[in-house]
Design a protein around this ligand. Structure first.
Ligand code: FNR
Length: 347
């Protein structure tokens, strides 16, 4: 790979800085809601079914590995391990943005295709920015023989990036991609959340699947500010919506849009709470990145096996046999979230 390419270098820095800033504490607002237990669950643990419909395919678990990387030497190694882990757990896995592949296919395609070669029958998701054209989006899908496409919205990140875009006309382009590509499309944020106004805009142009990817975990205003030695632009993250706030924003749209949740997922309890608030599946980037960087693949497998076991324990405690049952569990919001919902007219 050419050493000096700026975009490839940026991928390396993102991996390094996301891990540097990772903490076990997230601030996605999951701590500000409570689920009540059921003292009479009337179920047996082996009746609990975590399966979910993931864009038309039945998956055994309601979790997925969200977009992280591709397009650099370290990302080839990382994506190889990530795809093995996804195959082992049988959960969907997304590539990082494939813009660098569209620009430098020969140099970078291997760093992405490992996601498919190591996981031939898995659910693999391609990822592009909202400014690529439909033909480019289709070639990203074709490279991975992808089952779905993510289009990321990253305005705050671009503003915080020294080399970031300054043009943000995306809707017409997204509309065209959704109409032309041959797989389902998920529009996603990158950790700053999505408001109901934006969900309305996306619905109008034909988008039917949105990953609200809220604030509280990986913070690209912080990461880009660390790359930009001249300026501290972390204040840009003050405009964001936490993952829980974004899920509240999505409530009026959940009968029309399939909502995926990500951003600051740290624990099985966070997953269950996100499902309770209407997510159809829950994505993780920072958490799996941290484990694969800090521990071996087999240690990470053990971590996620335990994580999945605990999803079932929590379901038992709230008396839920299925994901549909989780959505009926009693829930209590703290005053700040009630205030948020009131001011945003969310009932
Ligand atoms: C990301 N994320 C991301 N998203 C995307 O759509 N395309 C991308 O290329 C990337 N790149 C990327 C690199 C790294 C190192 C990380 C950690 C994350 C964003 C990611 O998919 C997710 O939306 C946010 O990170 C919030 O989730 P977590 O990390 O808090 O679980």
């Amino acid at each position: 790979m050419p050493k000096q390419d700026e975009q490839m270098q940026r991928k390396v820095e993102h991996l390094f800085l996301a891990e540097k800033f990772f903490t076990d504490e997230a601030y996605a607002d999951f701590d500000n809601i409570r689920l009540l237990h059921n003292a009479l669950p009337e179920l047996s643990l082996n009746e609990i079914d975590l399966s979910t419909d993931f864009l038309g395919r039945k998956m055994a678990l309601p979790i997925y590995f969200n977009a992280i990387t591709g397009g650099s030497n370290p990302s080839t190694k990382f994506n190889t391990e990530l795809s093995k882990l996804a195959r082992q757990l049988d959960i969907p896995v997304s590539s990082g943005s494939m813009g660098v592949f569209l620009r430098l296919p020969n140099e970078t395609s291997d760093s992405f295709t490992v996601l498919r070669t190591n996981n031939p029958d898995g659910f693999v998701i391609a990822n592009v920015s909202a400014k690529v054209n439909a033909q480019q989006a289709q070639s990203a899908i074709d490279l991975l023989n992808a089952n779905a496409l993510q289009i990321h919205l990253n305005g705050i990140q671009e503003l915080a990036m020294p080399e970031g875009d300054q043009e943000f006309y995306w809707l017409d382009n997204i509309k065209e991609i959704v109409a032309k590509v041959n797989v389902p499309v998920i529009v996603k944020e990158v950790g700053f959340g999505i408001s109901q106004n934006n969900l309305a805009d996306l619905y109008k142009i034909g988008v039917r699947n949105v990953d609200i990817s809220g604030f509280g975990g990986t913070d690209f205003a912080q990461i880009e500010s660390a790359r930009n030695h001249e300026l501290d632009l972390t204040y840009l993250d003050q405009f964001s919506l936490s993952t829980v706030e974004s899920l509240l924003e999505s409530l009026p749209y959940q009968n029309r849009l399939t909502i995926f949740a990500s951003g600051g997922i740290r624990t099985p309890m966070d997953v269950i709470k996100a499902l309770r608030l209407g997510a159809s599946a829950v994505g993780m980037s920072g958490l799996v990145l941290h484990h694969l960087q800090k521990y071996s693949l087999s240690e990470t497998e053990i971590f996620f096996a335990e994580f999945i076991k605990q999803l079932k324990l929590i379901m038992a405690v709230i008396g839920a046999k299925s994901i549909a049952d989780i959505k009926k569990a009693p829930i209590i919001f703290d005053e700040r979230l009630i205030n948020y919902a009131n001011q945003r007219n969310i009932t």
